[in-house]
Structures are given as structure tokens and as C-alpha cells.
Design a protein around this ligand. Structure first.
Ligand code: GLP
Length: 243
């Protein structure tokens, strides 16, 4: 099966095309359930989508957005939290309240049940129509780090030592303060009707090559996307430079 790869010449056209993909999904199905990822790759996409919706409004009353991963053990107001980034970049600008913008649960003493209730809510709204995924430099998707079973479902996973150190520094946390990452599992990701894997920049070029041209292996979580029937790999020229 050939992979659906779109290569944009530069970061600006990448951001615009990514935002257009979201806009077109909402226009085609105003009751869409759309999963979003945060990070440097997707921030401009979210800000541009807000601009497009201001210029050319669409009916948003039946839409559901959700964040597919979130830090645990940090205050909800932390501006490095995925929820805050999505609010700042998109949700506040387009007036989405909590009935239209869901986040994976981050705290529960019965986490598996809370996570299952979250995925059941998405199913009740029709299931995930489009899920946008960023790509970690080690091949992670969400907080699914290398070695995560392909059959994994939503749960609280560990975060990388780099992210752990950054969050502790920014929040001045004690070394024993527990941090983690709530995330959809890889099975949940593969269950979405349509996926867009977004990657830009030279620092992603090596892992993009492994993801697309290497074996499908749990050592590179994103390699599973080769098996999804409707995954578009949206790349800028830099991220695609080793293909
Ligand atoms: C983070 C997030 C992911 C994100 C990825 C890429 O760890 N948990 O949701 O997609 O890394 O981030 P960036 O786009 O900043 O490279």
C-alpha cells in the first residue's frame, strides 16, 4: 500500500495547509470530532485556523475538539499544559466552551475507568473523525514512548527526561513531585477514521525517514501509522529531506 505523503516547500505553506485541512474537515462535517496535538509543530496551525474561522465563519455548534494528551501533576493554569496551549491558540479565539472542547482526564483514583469514560464520550459523539498528530524526535505519538505496545489504550504514561526537567524547572517543583502524561493509546489513535501526522523542521528529518521507510515496530511508535488506511503525512521540505 502506498503512503499518502504531502510535502510543502516551506514552514509557512505547511502551517497554512495544515490549518486548511482542519477548516475543510469542519466545513464538510460540522458535527466532526477532531483531536488536536500541541507543540511547536501545531501552534501556528491552530492560530491560523482561528484566523480563517474569523474571516470565513463556519457553524461550530455541533463540533467537538479534544486534546489527545496532557501533562499530569501540573496546575491546570500552567501555560505549558496542553489544555492551556489549545485554549490560548484556538479555543478562546473561536469561543469554544467545555462542552465543545474536551481534554483527556488527568487525575482520578480510578484512572482506567475515567479514561474509558472519555473514549466512550468520543464514541457517543460519533467517534474520532480526524486526529492531528505531532511526532516526537524519538518517534513518540502523544506520550506513547518507544516500546509502547501497539495495543495500548488511554492511560497515564511517563514523560521523557527532557520534558520532565523542563516542567520541573518552569514550575519549580520538588524532585519527588510526580509528573506524567495522560495520552490516547496507539490502539485509540489507529481507531480514528482519518489521521494527519504533522512534522516540520530538519530536527524531524531522521525520525520521519524511520517512520515512513523503516519497519513497523514498537521501537518507533509512529511507524504504526504506515498501517492506517487514511493517514496523511504532512511534511515540510526540511522534515522530508532524508526521504
Ligand atoms: C510532545 C507532545 C506531543 C507532540 C510532540 C511533538 O511530547 N506530547 O503531543 O506532538 O511532543 O512536539 P513538537 O511539535 O513541539 O516537536
Amino acid at each position: 500500500m502506498s503512503l499518502h505523503i504531502t510535502i510543502l516547500p516551506d514552514a509557512a505553506s505547511f502551517d497554512r495547509t495544515a490549518a486548511e485541512r482542519l477548516y475543510e474537515q469542519i466545513a464538510a462535517n460540522p458535527a466532526s470530532v477532531i483531536g488536536l496535538s500541541t507543540g511547536r509543530t501545531t501552534g501556528n496551525m491552530h492560530r491560523l485556523l482561528a484566523e480563517m474561522l474569523a474571516d470565513r465563519p463556519l457553524d461550530l455548534h455541533a463540533i467537538t475538539f479534544f486534546g489527545q494528551d496532557e501533562l499530569t501533576g501540573v496546575p491546570a493554569s500552567y501555560n505549558g499544559a496542553c489544555c492551556q496551549m489549545l485554549r490560548t491558540d484556538l479555543m478562546d479565539a473561536i469561543g469554544m466552551d467545555d462542552s465543545h472542547f474536551l481534554m483527556l482526564p488527568t487525575a482520578s483514583d480510578r484512572y482506567p475507568q475515567a479514561a474509558a469514560a472519555f473514549t466512550a464520550t468520543l464514541e457517543a459523539r460519533g467517534g474520532i473523525d480526524l486526529l492531528i498528530l505531532g511526532l516526537g524526535e524519538n518517534g513518540h505519538l502523544g506520550f506513547n514512548q518507544p516500546g509502547t505496545p501497539f495495543g495500548s489504550t488511554a492511560r497515564i504514561a511517563t514523560i521523557t527526561p527532557e520534558l520532565d526537567a523542563r516542567v520541573r524547572r518552569e514550575l519549580d517543583l520538588e524532585p519527588d513531585h510526580p509528573l506524567g502524561g495522560a495520552t490516547l493509546g496507539l490502539k485509540d489513535v489507529m481507531h480514528a477514521r482519518r489521521l494527519i501526522l504533522a512534522a516540520k523542521g530538519t530536527h524531524k528529518a531522521a525520525i520521519v525517514k524511520q517512520m515512513l521507510q523503516g519497519p513497523v515496530t514498537e521501537d518507533i511508535p509512529a511507524s504504526i501509522l504506515q498501517l492506517h488506511p487514511a493517514c496523511e503525512f504532512l511534511l515540510d521540505a526540511e522534515a522530508s529531506s532524508l526521504l
